[in-house]
Design a protein around this ligand. Sequence first.
Ligand SMILES: [Zn+2]
Ligand SMILES: [Zn+2]
Length: 308
Amino acid sequence: MSDTLKITLLGTGIPNPDINAFGTSTLIEAGGQVVMIDCGRGAVVRLAQAGYSLGCIETIILSHFHSDHFSGLFDLAMTGTIQQPYGNRRGPLHVFGPPGIDDIAKGAWLATKPDRDIRVADKEIDAEHMRIIPHVYEREGVVFDRDGLRIIAIEVDHGELIRPAYAFRVEYQGRVFVHSHDTRYNENLIAQAQGADVFIHEVAAARPEAIAKHPRIKVAIDHHATPQEVGRVFAQTRPRLAMLTHMVLLPPDPPSVGEVLAEISTEYDGVVVAAEDLMTIEIGPGVSVIPFRTGASGVGHKPLKNRP
Ligand SMILES: [Zn+2]
Ligand SMILES: [Zn+2]
């Protein structure tokens, strides 16, 4: 396992409350390091399902500040302090984010005070373990570099009013995983995603009639990449494996995943896998994608229960 880059897709969803696709969150493991990228709704539940204690997470990197990418942070900050096998964090959470992460850290410290005061008075937790320590990164480039694991922020285009927004390139011993996070078709991402073993990209789609009729649907589509654009991105990067995540399929009459994949195939002739929560990707000499129900497991190697 020593030269393997392991990725667990904890959440592959969007803001919609969906039991099958929680908010975006991705666990990266390599070289003895564990880093979470984004911490959307339900990340703590998915961690527990995958067999990880919440306390094994000390470092989180956020891509941008839409709620579906960080609303799970507060649950992780609080619940992770509880000294039970599922929690057991023994220090603060270090959270890397664009400017604005300071406000989130300050706000979280204030908002979690009532819970913290009770548990400290009960001698149940150490108050400092509930603290979020903010680390601002102001531009694209290396955000994390430890024990051979490098995580590089790539500036993307998620719309004029959502700046900055970042994708991430994860490198370990020549293995490369790229996650688009939220973006429109973006040349900078295409340039920096070259040579990826696995490239997972977001997508958004709606019926042409719906886009013409409902201005809000057009606004949503304009913040993301269409299936044809995702096909062009994959065609210009040719990863060993292409995957889709964060599928924004807008009502009324949302296009199916099958229809989205068919549209992508008009631009890209390679294999594309639609991601689901708790899939594990192992990048070694080969590339494996293991759905949760067939045996992906975490650090604890606990028997799998509570399947999604
Ligand atoms: Zn999103
Ligand atoms: Zn977003």
